[in-house]
Write a protein that binds this ligand. Structure first.
Ligand SMILES: Nc1ncnc2c1ncn2[C@@H]1O[C@H](COP(=O)(O)OP(=O)(O)OP(=O)(O)O)[C@@H](O)[C@H]1O
Ligand SMILES: [Mg+2]
Length: 344
């Protein structure tokens, strides 16, 4: 009986599966920059009760949002050990209920699930009647009225000593809102923040910024952070993007055969410098290559965004950047020189 031995290279064909990329979260400089800035702006007694984090689709905003909360929980581990009731940071996605108006009820319920667990308890509304100044408690009591839910959220945020609340897909809150109601919507969040000492971090694509900037008042009162893509016209960005491609290559060295880096520039062009999109493209490419049994440039090409997709995203990105960048440019008039003043 003859044993046909295959060459080692064929036997070892693609030992790494694409699943190695599924849970991969690569650290990159843009995440660190935005995290640092948020870290500086989130502190007790801060006057920035609402912070906006805006960036293009697929840049990794939701990933950053979850990471921020996870990091805060890790940092507070010893505090949480001493006081099991503490939840220093919470992540919640603003619901898109399909209704015309934003559902605060659904939002508060989601928040309560995070803060109290899944326990569904009737909320009783306690409060001070603004006319009589008396303590009120509605009769019947069992129904979860909107006011009762809100009071429960306030109480839970205070009890849990929640420092900040990250609201992903925050544009849902104000998308279908008339211009006049915009301020009311954000005021609702702002008062929640002020009453509980919890800062609100609103995360969304550029449409979130565009909605907020519809109102000068809102634009003035919210601090905006730009989670920007890696630009192709900036040397440091090009280097940082390449480092990300390198990390993806290192994760599956056999699958890519060390050849992924050769396509770093094409990947930058195709994904517009958005790391989430890069991750999606490379995961697709890895799956195709794995199925084909070997890596090929064709597998990578088939995984890229189509020109139509890329064009659509690019248009949104350029429009968003044009809107947000002037608002982030801060100028300061130079003090008049003392010499001039003494002449005047
Ligand atoms: N640093 C990273 N390393 C690896 N994968 C990442 C990283 N950041 C994002 N991804 C992946 O890319 C995909 C898109 O990321 P994410 O959902 O965070 O983007 P987004 O900016 O929130 O997009 P959208 O605007 O569509 O909500 C996700 O599957 C995510 O796991
Ligand atoms: Mg997202």
């Amino acid at each position: 009986m003859t044993h046909r031995t295959q060459p080692a290279s064929t036997l070892a064909a693609i030992p790494d599966g694409p699943e190695k990329l599924y849970d991969l979260r690569i650290k990159h400089s843009r995440i660190a920059e935005v995290m640092n800035e948020l870290d500086t702006l989130i502190y007790p007694e801060s006057q920035d009760s609402i912070l906006l984090v805006c960036g293009p689709t697929g840049v990794g905003k939701s990933t950053l949002a979850r990471h921020m909360v996870d990091t805060a929980l890790q940092d507070a581990a010893s505090q949480m050990e001493q006081d099991a009731g503490v939840i220093p940071a919470v992540y919640v996605e603003a619901p898109s209920s399909g209704e015309r108006k934003f559902s605060w009820r659904l939002f508060y319920q989601r928040l309560l699930n995070q803060l109290e667990g899944e326990l569904e308890m009737p909320k009783t509304e306690f409060g001070i009647d603004t006319v009589t100044g008396r303590m009120v408690k509605p009769r019947g009591g069992a129904a979860n009225t909107l006011g009762a839910l809100r009071t429960a959220v306030e109480r839970a945020l205070r009890a849990r000593k929640t420092r900040f609340l990250v609201i992903d897909e925050a544009a849902h809150i104000i998308r279908q809102t008339s211009r006049n109601d915009l301020e009311i919507q954000l005021d609702t969040l702002k008062s929640l923040a002020n009453e509980c000492g919890t800062q609100m971090v609103l995360v969304g694509s550029y449409d979130l910024y565009q909605l907020v900037s519809l109102s000068g008042q809102l634009a003035r009162r919210t601090h905006v952070l730009h989670f920007e893509r890696y630009r192709q016209d900036t040397e440091t960005d090009v280097r940082a993007f390449k480092m990300c491609v390198q990390k993806f290559q290192d994760k599956l060295p056999d699958l890519w055969g060390g050849k992924l880096m050769q396509h770093a520039e094409a990947l930058h062009e195709n994904t517009l410098g958005c790391i989430g999109t890069l991750s999606a493209v490379l995961t697709r490419a890895a799956k195709l290559a794995h199925k084909d049994g070997s890596w090929s440039v064709d597998a990578l090409r088939r995984a890229l965004l189509t020109e139509a997709q890329r064009h659509q995203i690019l248009e949104e990105v350029l429009e968003g950047e044009a809107a947000i960048n002037p608002s982030l440019t801060r100028t300061m008039t130079r003090p008049r020189s003392t010499a001039k003043r003494s002449v005047a």
